[in-house]
Write a protein that binds this ligand. Structure first.
Ligand SMILES: Cc1ncc(C[n+]2csc(CCOP(=O)(O)OP(=O)(O)O)c2C)c(N)n1
Ligand SMILES: [Mg+2]
Length: 369
């Protein structure tokens, strides 16, 4: 029997704001979990801020900044179990760190080095997806497969507001709903797709409303409230594990940093709104909440920040210590058919990149492209 799930449009919040909005208690989360969540937030924030510096120093390539997106990433991941799968977009590039992936791996990815590619099964974290929304059907398929295999695992796919206009988002969401796949569709609604604002992206009043059409619950949360994100994801995970299918979570905020290091948002963004959003930034907000509860001391905060800084120092040193990759790798896996040879192109590339090795011209069949 089909069921109608009207979207929950009111933004969920747990962390209060001044006197007008009080803090709300969150069931089943003790001091240890609260501090672990803080550790994850600080690690992600440190990763992001250091990466912008490394980019400016020419040590990593173009980098997709996720400053103030940390609460969505940490809150959602903490609601998962280890056997659950994460499908990140470029905006969640460092999410593997929360699963024990070394910082050097992610930094290598941004350096375009092969050491930046991992075996997804080592962390249950899929490759970073750069094409918008193409990982949504992958996540739906994996979730469905886990269900067919009788395994107790759910999948979560992270994507942006812009991705909800893509065909692959629709295909993945509809497929997951029809198959009751244990999937969480997590939309980071930062209200921009590079320079395209949300109101040019959709006529829907909220993105969560789209969930109604797929026959799944849609929930809206304050994307800067790590505990609201955690709570909404925990419910979606429970629903998925119970065999009730997918949930769409719309985490609402406003992008407070450039799209990426190659972007200058001053030419299109609302700078006043950015300033307001920066005042509500998610790590400081959570830190103040913990201090109100008396859970976080200055020494603990200092120690956690110090550990994160050290992780990054070690990470960049390890990434830079990787021997340069052989440019032949660019060609070796371009075609499944090994008969296709690229010797002359490779020789040209070696010449351009200063390689000395002489390469004989291609032997093998002519290839029609
Ligand atoms: C299929 C596809 N089309 C276009 C692009 C170029 N592109 C890169 S990021 C981006 C904006 C995506 O915005 P959104 O989905 O809101 O995610 P956000 O970057 O805000 O996290 C676009 C269009 C791409 N990577 N893939
Ligand atoms: Mg966006």
């Amino acid at each position: 029997m089909a069921q109608v799930f009207p979207a929950e449009r009111e933004l969920r919040r747990v962390i209060g704001a001044g006197h007008s909005v009080p803090d709300r208690a969150l069931e089943g989360v003790g001091e240890r979990e609260l501090l672990e969540l803080y550790r994850s937030l600080v690690l992600l924030r440190t990763y992001d801020e250091r990466s912008v510096v490394y980019h400016r120093q020419g040590r990593i390539g173009t980098y997709a900044i996720f400053w103030n997106h940390e609460a969505m990433q940490a809150g959602a991941v903490h609601a998962l179990e280890e056997q659950d799968w994460i499908f990140p977009s470029y905006r969640e590039s460092a999410i593997g760190l929360l699963r024990g992936m070394p910082a050097s791996t992610v930094l290598s990815w941004w350096r375009g080095h092969p050491a930046g590619w991992w075996n997804p099964a080592d962390y249950n974290v899929a490759s970073i997806c750069v094409p918008i929304g193409t990982h949504v059907p992958h996540a739906a398929g994996l979730a469905w497969g886990k269900r067919l295999a009788g395994e107790d695992a759910v999948a979560i796919a992270f994507f942006g507001d812009g991705a909800t206009s893509e065909g692959s988002f629709h295909e993945g969401a509809n497929f997951a709903a029809v198959m009751r796949a244990p999937l969480i569709l997590f939309c980071n609604n930062n209200q921009w797709a590079i320079s395209t604002p949300l109101d040019a992206q959709t006529r829907a009043e909220t993105l969560a409303d789209k969930a109604v059409g797929y026959g799944m619950p849609g929930v809206r949360v304050d994307g800067l409230d790590v505990l609201a994100v955690y709570e909404a994801t925990r419910e979606a995970v429970a629903r998925a594990r119970a065999g009730d299918g997918p949930t769409f979570i719309e985490a609402v905020h406003y992008r407070a940093a450039p799209h990426a290091t190659a972007d200058d948002p001053r030419v299109y963004i609302d700078l006043e709104r950015v300033e307001e959003e920066r005042q509500r930034e998610c790590v400081g907000r959570y830190e103040r909440y913990l201090r109100r509860l008396g859970v976080l001391s200055d020494e603990q905060a200092e120690q956690i920040r110090g550990e994160a800084a050290e992780t990054m120092r070690r990470g960049i040193a390890q990434a830079e210590a990787e021997p340069a990759a052989d440019v032949a790798l660019l060609f070796e896996h371009a075609y499944a058919d090994g008969r296709v040879a690229f010797a002359s192109e490779l020789a040209e590339l070696r010449r351009l990149t200063g390689g000395t090795e002489a390469v004989e011209p291609d032997e093998g069949p002519e290839v029609q492209v």
